[in-house]
Design a protein around this ligand. Sequence first.
Ligand code: ADP
Ligand code: MG
Length: 287
Amino acid sequence: MAIQVEDLCYTYGEGTALERQALKHVSFEIQDGEFVGLIGHTGSGKSTLIQHLNGLIKPTSGDIKYQGVSIYSQGYKLKDLRSKVGLVFQYPEYQLFEADIFTDVCFGPKNLGLPQEEVEKRARHALKLVGMDEKFYKQSPFELSGGQKRRVAIAGVLAMRPEMMILDEPTAGLDPQGRDEILGQIERLNREHGLTILVVSHSMEDMARYVDRIMVMNDGVKMFDDTPKEVFRHYKELEAIGLAAPQITYVVQGLRERGIPIDDTITTVEEAREAILALYNKRREKQ
Ligand code: ADP
Ligand code: MG
């Protein structure tokens, strides 16, 4: 088991006029090697929650265990936790600050106190994993496109060789191709390198295609926690909290309402295409 979150509560500005209960009794577990999505509208508590997971915020109450040990127990080294649980922030600008990309990616492993040779080896490997080759090494992070900045920010975390990576809205502001590239790379890190992944996203389409499990946050409460198919069954409740299920869900429901017997657990365009083709072929055979 990678992470256990137990009855987590967090209040901003406790006792002040700006008091805001951002997390309300949130509990969940993430297993080693899982690929989990976290979704919810703006202000639902996603960023607050994930900042707890690598010790950046301390809860008002509740506990977090990493590999069975409470990260708040006496003597626990949060610095070690942060090298095992890497956090890629919502705005890569906050994470990129060195003069060139290579130096930027070296920052984390250097900070771990590793020898220079090992630092550079890790940086090269991490940049390769996110598809940034040597021609980028000496460029300034500020010259990059949005998608490239995100990839460098991800490489900076990967160079620490984490066991788990948490990404806060890595696809925000990217075009569909950029979104697919980033998510495809994250998926490979999970499937081929065994990294445990928690990815925050606004997009149900992204979630349906990539993750094993979705947690839905609403107003500081964990509302759903299940496979994408099970979560999207609640598309009406999702709509009520400002989240639409993937568009294909509506196409499928519309067909069913007209009496076409199509599987109602379809969540991706590819699955829908196959199901519609199968129905079409069946009908042609009958004729
Ligand atoms: P999300 O990432 O889902 O958009 P956040 O975790 O950023 O949500 O915010 C959850 C709630 O906490 C919101 O109501 C937000 O306004 C409030 N909040 C977030 N950060 C702060 C802060 N630094 N001070 C006070 N309130 C905050
Ligand atoms: Mg956020």
